[in-house]
Ligand binder design. Sequence first.
Ligand code: NAD
Ligand code: 3PG
Length: 528
Amino acid sequence: MPKVLVSDTIDQVGVDILSQVAQVDVNTGLSPEELIAAIPAYDALMIRSSTKVTQAVIEAGQQLKIIGRAGVGVDNVDVAAATRQGIIVVNSPQGNTIAAAEHALAMMLSLSRHVPAAAASMQTGSWDRNKYVGTEVYKKTLGVVGLGKIGSHVATAARAMGMKLLAYDPFISAERAEQLGCRLVEMDILFQEADYITLHIPKTPETQNLINATTLAKMKPTVRIINCARGGIIDEVALAEAIKAGQIGGAALDVFSSEPLEADSPLRALVGKGLVLTPHLGASTEEAQVNVAVDVAEQIRDVLLGLPARSAVNIPGLHPDVMEQLRPYLQLAEMLGNLLSQVTGGRIDQLTVRLQGELATRESQPIVVAALKGLLSQALRERVNYVNAAIEAKERGIRVIETRDEGIQDYTGGSLHLTAHGDHGEHSVVGAVVGQELRITSIDGFPVNVPPTHYMLFTRHRDMPGIIGKLGSQLGSFNVNIASMQVGRRIVRGDAVMVLSIDDPLPDGILSEITKIPGIESAYMVAL
Ligand SMILES: NC(=O)c1ccc[n+]([C@@H]2O[C@H](COP(=O)([O-])OP(=O)(O)OC[C@H]3O[C@@H](n4cnc5c(N)ncnc54)[C@H](O)[C@@H]3O)[C@@H](O)[C@H]2O)c1
Ligand SMILES: O=C(O)[C@H](O)COP(=O)(O)O
């Protein structure tokens, strides 16, 4: 039974789903060293934002097939290292959208009406109605930085409260912004005109310290900034200075550049003095935690059962129905890639993938990846998979060319033509799916029609009388049993290929004996 480690607190419903197919160990609060020591035993890891899945953790996780992030942000996972190692990383892109958006709105209103400080003052017996006079958000301008899922929901709710909306997001259209009632503007305009600024962007090299001393200086002296996105998007030192100096109206932070926030962080001293802080609670609603736990546990379960994941961040997502239709063609592409690498032999520097007939109308990327997986499987064995095949090919300098030809109508459903160029020249294979069965339909331009089998013997020879008999006797003398045999030729008594399915691997020394048969130029075994 596979084993899953759950190293952050998730809803029990997620554990129950995982338990259908795996042994589940919930072990939260592990130190980095403890995680590295534990991870080799596990096939899957399920986390939230607390566990840091570093390169060292990934390298130690030699059995890992999938890392599931029960939430949105995967910045605590070294996704590049996971991809290199062929580990799928999945998340829950929408499970906590509403929770995070509502938290941002709660933070904005808390800031405006001093709710946290006023509530805390009640605990100390005071009744100070003058100290906590607030401001209304009605008719104020809200600048939304990042108009994705959370930003859009915040914009919709803020509009309903009568706010005017500006948005900055270089990746969305003005039409989409307009639909949400937002005026799409340049970032500097947003900084200059907004009364409230709310951040809903990922942390990337471009967004790191986006709010800093320079950008703070462009803002209104009354501006209030809300960050429920990611720590590190705001330069915390510059923010604290600006609040202390009265340069801005205040800020509300749910996320920090280092989490948990240090007990002696200078930010804590400003709580109640223009700063509202919460301990990364954006996704912490009962509803969101059920959503993300179900979403991610189901994906881990599916991957452990050999099924595709719906929200993988490091492989192209495909709708399950599309995946089901493509499945035989993925198997075909992988088989042909594997066959081609053995037909070609040696180093390959270029693979051309041609989708023919009806196949040319299908989604091509998974087919190309499957062909690469097959092509590299001789060299990398089980180390290559759908996640890392494209990267491994690139790192080996294999150029991939993809072409389509709808005009070739050779098989119902279409056919796949792979050509490799390498140290030993150019070779090609073609295949199709006939009924539900895979067929090899051409080798180096010679037409054949054979189902792939585990062990196959291929020859290049002159088409002439007696050659098949001699080869059969030779194999018989080495006790090799032939299951089927087929000759492919373009012209009578010209060059030809022979394809034999054999029951066992060829014994040592037999290939050199076969090539001594007059008319046989070359012979090689293929294991599929
Ligand atoms: N506090 C929490 O608990 C919590 C909960 C959920 C999500 N989050 C965080 O909220 C953020 C947004 O999540 P989402 O689900 O809305 O993501 P999303 O992908 O739907 O939206 C992000 C938006 O940011 C835009 N963007 C990217 N780079 C940008 C840039 N340099 N400038 C401006 N816009 C840019 C994108 O175009 C996109 O529209 C993420 O960082 C996520 O990790 C935090
Ligand atoms: O990116 C996210 O989904 C949020 O930051 C939530 O993080 P959490 O799962 O640790 O609450």
